[in-house]
Design a protein. Sequence first.
Length: 624
Amino acid sequence: MCGIIGYIGEKKASDFLIEGLKRLEYRGYDSCGIATADSGKLSLRRVSGRVGFLEEAVEKKPINGAVGIAHTRWATHGIPSEDNAHPHTDCAGEIVLVHNGIIENYAELKEKLLVAGHKFKSETDTEVVIHLIEDKIKSSNPPFSTSEVENGGFESVFFAAFKKAIADIEGSFALAVIWSKCPDIILSARLHSPLVVGIGKDENFVASDVSAFLKFTRKVVFLEDGEIALVRKNSIEYFDFAGKAIEKNSVDIKWDSSMAEKGGYKHFMLKEIHEQAESVENTIRGRLLPLEKDILKKEIGLDFKDIKSLSHVQIVACGTAYHAGLVAKYIFENFKIPTYVDFASEFSDRSKIIDKNTFLIAISQSGETADTLCAVREAKESGAKVLAITNTVGSSLTREADYVFYTHCGPEIGVASTKAFLGQLSAIYVLAIHFAVMLNKISYIEAEKYVKELIKIPRFVKELLSRSDEIKKVADKYSDYEHFLFISRYVNFPIALEGALKIKEIAYVHAEGYAAGEMKHGPIAIIEKNMPVICIATNSKVIKLLAGNIEEAMARGAKIIAIVDEESKKHIKASEIIEVPKTLEMLSPLLNTIPLQIFAYYIALNKKCDIDKPRNLAKSVTVR
Ligand code: M6R
């Protein structure tokens, strides 16, 4: 996730763009840049680091022009650095572009563009798009004549080239492009990444979200996937990707600017909960099909020879990432790959049983968690190969690991991990399926069964999120309880732990997560009417056992809140039923987590807790 903004009008573009970037910084903050066009020339400033540095650079060396674009980056391809910062330029330095999203086929496009003589200056996936536009302009026929230029010929060539370029790219994008030869337009397009147009008086904007220009206009047009905006200072035209003109209606935004950064949500946590369909989609997209393609080799340099002598997988992680690791154990072992999971902070002694046949997976949203980094170092000393699952390009973990598999969730601002967890789970499914196929543990046919269901998950997530109000009602009813017990079995047992962690962390309510079968070995003693039991009871080979555990809790006066699906609900008696879409048992953690996040969120809201910054906690724990 990155933030993009474009301005075209009569005033100094850089003032609007820097102001807009400050509002977009929550979308990424590892590097940033700005470009303007003035008198047929482009000016460009880029820095590694936050928007404040860019502002200083522009103050020291101002840039003129009433049209410009800017970007704040959350790296996905290529480390955070000045060279990798947007905007990116073509070879001639005349066209400039900002991008939010991922170009999945960038490697093959780059190969062709290199052969055609293009010179690349960054490691990003984005840069192919600008060279592609340049290429299409160069090959436009007929070449420009003076009369064409006078009649707006450059604009039509630019538009045609832009259209052709986006037809060639696969993945997700929100783009804004300017060409110094036609400084009266910004071209912008959207596919699977947000983009909104702001309509001002004698000036217009494009941006990743309305917060970027809310100070200047509240009249906006939201672009949909597959749409292009051709933006002038006094008018905007909209097209589909085939170039057919389309009508769009504007809306007036009533949010204040802090709400706008949060996409209209009250907290980043709630916004991030609602971004989870994209987290799953972005993390699995292009990585599963077709399985025969050696995707892991291509993407992270890992192939069969790297895992053929693997004796077991060892996972290390902390907090929510550790819960993702626990789910991973069930997934890998379902595919007959032995897997151990440890808190990174408890790994010290375990590292003694690590050797060169251990494949260690470290999971960390931030990639900076001190305990996880320490565990990785110890494992490496013992000869293990290390794969990092992380959301943060260029983080310390990525530098220490042998292989890095990114989750593509965008920055997670709320301290409570939500969308990063779903991204981690998605990454685990992708890796486990590939490992199982490479190691001949499952057939392609079996793998396809999981793949086919996994690609349905983003739709199920959206469907579930659209029913958040039902979960809010349950939370409202249970906001005064001081204790909760979360239970489940098998692959959803870690989700019980995660549900308990969320409510402790943001609502300061005592909660325990327990394996349902273990209740009778102790915890059942604390069950009474003031201890609601939340049971994750979706369809499972152990559903009847779980139903029995629920009866035991009910018999001791506990209220039961059950997470069920259409299949399991016939087995379950409960005070409250929350139904989630039905999927394969192995994939059900991806859905079952969501009601627990929403439940914790509304309880914390009712208790007026500081949800995005809970007391005593930090987003990234860099001490041991
Ligand atoms: O950045 P990491 O994934 O390594 O962070 C690990 C934990 O600190 C983190 O998951 C923490 O438990 C969250 N606040 C939980 O919501």
